[in-house]
Write a protein that binds this ligand. Structure first.
Ligand code: C2E
Ligand code: CA
Ligand code: CA
Length: 545
């Protein structure tokens, strides 16, 4: 039926084609995959030759570009779009924003934006119903031209979309230099990675760029899997064969009449304290936030108590300590891992972060269930910050640290501390516990208070000698005591002058052995030799501290 036109045929037929509406626009609707509602459409140029039949844009557009004709064709499409919007407005048909394509050749000469504006004025279309699409490659070799056109478009209030983002090598750089409002990600350029671990750094950077700067529309979406994946990483807006082929204007009118419309893409606003610029710098840590260069991090959306994990990095997966994959983490309801109390704490912290716009911290216990290791409960310290907002949905960035070991240590400490406190308060003694295997000493509450000891002394007894608790001339004798205990002495005692004040104390040790008879721990205590009135709590605190 149709025959591909040659360059000569295209050039010869062009004027006629414009005049007789053989060159025209069709429209491809865009949808919000979360709500199923239509959000906009893109105008695509079509050429239907009466003799040669429909022509592919990929075939004739480059020829129009090379011959300086694309500008007129694009203005023709733009005028068609304006006429379409005018007709909808006049007949009370719901209006959605329609995107039009700008070729880089359009802006090479003259003031293209003024010409667009003249047409828009002629049909009196509010600028919010028209969106400009420029391609990433249009910036190549003409950055100044593109950025000045972009500025002009912004001055008039146009929303500008970056078409085919990710197709070029220097996408991130271009995005940094061009202040676009919406990014269009073409699934054809992301193919291969979709649905997988999404581990490629470039892909992660694309996601990050999207989060931190602008909303995103995924185009060329053909399958539910692709749409679901895009939704899962926070990109709800979909254009592609899955929802609709490009359709003629009359058909779009029918679609508009029966579709539940959604006003416009709510702009994902970047909240203040986050320095988005850092994310554009390819050398900064922020840029590689989802690779391994920063701590465990996740990004999730929060809306009225509903949390959806969007991305986690490798470290996050590891930090959780369980053999879960990113996929498993993302595709499960995070709240199921929380107890009701811990959920309350976490949500409260999110709300605090929303209010303060600052980083907020909390600790929550969670239960992770993995295929190979069964169930485990871990304590996660989270630093939470809100980085974006769209409607009622907040985008939250959370750094996580598994502090389970630390917590357990404290719990143990608390236990032994309680025992010691009880004993010492009763008997007016200073008490401590020494572990042979680790050379760790845990002092009682009274020791901590009066001698300013930390809850845990590593490398005992040398650390205590260094602190001046044991005077230097008693150091060797005391080291020898510990050796004797290590070698199986059950009991030791003697008078030792303690602290720089050389206050005489009666020091006693009792050893605890394991089942095999090996020394496990030694329990030490010190009581003031009674005929001395001084206590270490007043004049005689260690001077080394
Ligand atoms: P584009 O701007 O990236 O447009 C999207 C292209 O993807 C369209 O091809 C569309 O029909 C196609 N497409 C839509 N959904 C799917 C899908 O699910 N899978 C796949 N594989 N493709 C899908 P089309 O209409 O052939 O246009 C091709 C290119 O021609 C456009 O790419 C754009 O670069 C250019 N073009 C189209 N209309 C205009 C125009 O009015 N002016 C200018 N300067 N260029 C235009
Ligand atoms: Ca386009
Ligand atoms: Ca595109």
């Amino acid at each position: 039926m149709s025959k591909k036109m040659s360059e000569e045929e295209i050039l010869a037929a062009f004027e006629d084609a414009l005049r007789n509406e053989q060159i025209f626009a069709c429209y491809q609707p865009q949808y919000n995959h979360s709500t199923g509602r239509m959000t906009g459409a893109e105008a695509l140029m079509r050429w239907n030759h009466p003799e040669f039949g429909p022509q592919y844009p990929a075939d004739f557009i480059p020829i129009l570009e090379e011959n300086g004709l694309i500008r007129r064709a694009d203005l023709h499409v733009f005028e068609t779009v304006c006429r379409f919007q005018r007709a909808c407005m006049d007949s009370q048909i719901p209006v959605v924003p329609v995107s039009f394509n700008i070729s880089r050749h359009d802006i090479f000469e003259g003031d293209y934006v003024s010409e667009l504006e003249q047409i828009r004025a002629k049909y009196d279309i509010p600028v919010k119903y028209l969106r400009a699409e420029i391609t990433e490659s249009s910036a190549i070799g003409g950055m100044e031209l593109v950025s000045s056109a972009l500025k002009r478009l912004h001055d008039y209030g146009y929303i500008v979309e970056m078409d085919d983002f990710g197709s070029g090598y220097s996408s991130l750089n271009i995005l940094k230099d061009l202040d676009v409002d919406i990014i269009k990600l073409d699934m054809n350029f992301l193919r291969g990675d979709v649905g997988g671990r999404g581990g490629a750094i470039v892909n992660a950077m694309v996601q990050m760029a999207k989060w931190l700067k602008t909303p995103t529309i995924a185009e060329g979406v053909e399958t539910v899997e692709q749409a679901d994946y895009m939704k899962s990483i926070g990109c709800n807006y979909i254009q592609g064969y899955l929802y609709s082929q490009p359709v003629a204007g009359e058909e779009l009118v029918e679609v508009l009449k029966r579709t539940n419309l959604e006003p416009t893409v709510p702009a994902m606003k970047l909240l203040q304290p986050m320095d988005a610029e850092k994310f554009w710098n390819p050398d900064s840590l922020e840029t590689l936030i989802f690779s391994n260069y920063v701590g465990a991090a996740s990004i999730f959306s929060y809306e009225n108590g509903k949390v959806e994990i969007l991305r986690v990095n490798n470290k996050y997966v590891r930090e959780m300590g369980m053999n879960l994959t990113e996929y498993e983490l993302i595709h499960s309801d995070p709240w199921t891992r929380h107890t009701p109390e811990s959920r309350e704490i976490y949500e409260k912290t999110i709300r605090k972060a929303i209010e303060s716009g600052d980083e907020e911290t909390c600790e929550t216990w969670r239960t992770f269930c993995s295929k190979c290791c069964g169930e485990d409960t871990v304590c996660i310290r989270s630093h939470i910050r809100v980085i974006g907002k769209a409607g009622n949905q907040y985008i939250v960035y959370a750094m996580a640290r598994n502090v389970t070991a630390e917590k357990k240590n404290y719990a143990e400490l608390f236990d032994s501390e309680r025992r010691f406190r009880f004993a010492s308060e009763q008997a007016n003694v200073y008490a401590w516990e020494y572990e042979f295997g680790t050379k760790r000493m845990r002092p009682c509450f009274r020791c901590m208070r009066d001698l300013h000891l930390p809850p845990l002394l590593e490398n005992y007894p040398d650390s205590a000698i260094e602190m001046g608790i044991f005077p230097p001339d008693y150091a060797d004798m005391y080291r020898d005591w510990i050796k004797q205990l290590e070698n199986g002495a059950e009991h030791l005692e003697g008078i030792i002058p303690l602290t720089v004040g050389r206050v005489p104390f009666h020091v006693r040790y009792t050893t605890e052995f394991d089942e095999t008879g090996r020394p496990l721990k030694a329990y030490g205590s010190a009581t003031l030799v009674v005929d001395d009135v001084k206590t270490p709590s007043d004049a005689d605190k260690p001077s080394a501290a």
